[in-house]
Ligand binder design. Sequence first.
Ligand code: HMG
Ligand code: MG
Length: 286
Amino acid sequence: LAPEHVTLVEMAPRDGLQNEKRLVDTKDKIHLVDLLSDCGYQRIEVTSFVSPKWVPQMADASAVMAGIKRRPGTRYAALTPNMQGFDAALAAKADEVAIFASASETFSQKNINCSIAESIERFRPVAEACRASAVPLRGYVSCVVECPYEGAIAPESAAQVAAALMVLGCYEISLGDTIGRGTPEAVDAMLAAVLAHVPAEQLAGHFHDTSGRALDNIGVALERGLRVFDASAGGLGGCPYAPGAAGNVDTLDVNAFVIGRGFSTGLDAARLEDAAAFARSLRSAG
Ligand code: HMG
Ligand code: MG
């Protein structure tokens, strides 16, 4: 029997680098994406088409997209918070775009400068434009278990936002433990609530590893039927609007973890080591 497939979505160029204080050279970002492409990913999140005043590190989004080599079989994705971002992403030939909402009102205000309800309205034209251009649309829900400003988040809050993003037409919802403080118990309760609205086949887990629980949380999500996980080569990452958030869980760790549980990922672990080493070299000291 062939092992069941788990898809790892690579985050290092986007979530990994967005929080770096030092501006990383565009050519280094392109090199990182090219190294990652050689690993055999189905999906790499390359950049964000967001306001450069909010996230200066992503200001070169169009140049990065223009510079990367496109491996057949890999989808190159970008974050698009509004129509301005979507239009730029489409011009840059993003294969997939993502909208990002939050289960926490305060985090929504801090991260995208609007309420949760306003964000859903702002995403509606993006979703319509995706349909019109046949661009796959992913949705994120941040702070699904913990918020840096509000503390514990009710599972039903995460479920409601996930359901709203599904209604907009997202093919997949990525559930973000943005600050990596989720316990396996809290993640399990959150997943139970979300699964009442969204099937496991349309969910992804996005765990930051601040408390060293990300792999345990992935274990819980695997038990709940999730088969897509976001991870960052070299463990880079964090969100500028989520103080205290450490990086995404390291792709190498997730790869070894899921393979240890009998799944396959299709990734080349040796090439992944090289990409992770290069990703770590881009991180500023201290
Ligand atoms: P705003 O200030 O309310 O926007 O920000 P605005 O529409 O009033 O525009 C203000 C200025 O921004 C204007 O420029 C616009 O042109 C410009 P000005 O006239 O002042 O020169 N602008 C843009 N420029 C480029 N691309 C755009 C764009 N939109 C407006 N798309 C906005 C609202 C959403 C734009 C802002 O808050 C923003 O960019 N936020 C992004 C924050 C972000 O990227 N956070 C990190 C990603 S989310 C994350 O990391 C979590 C995740 O990993 C999952 C998890 O871990 O939970 C996904
Ligand atoms: Mg994140």
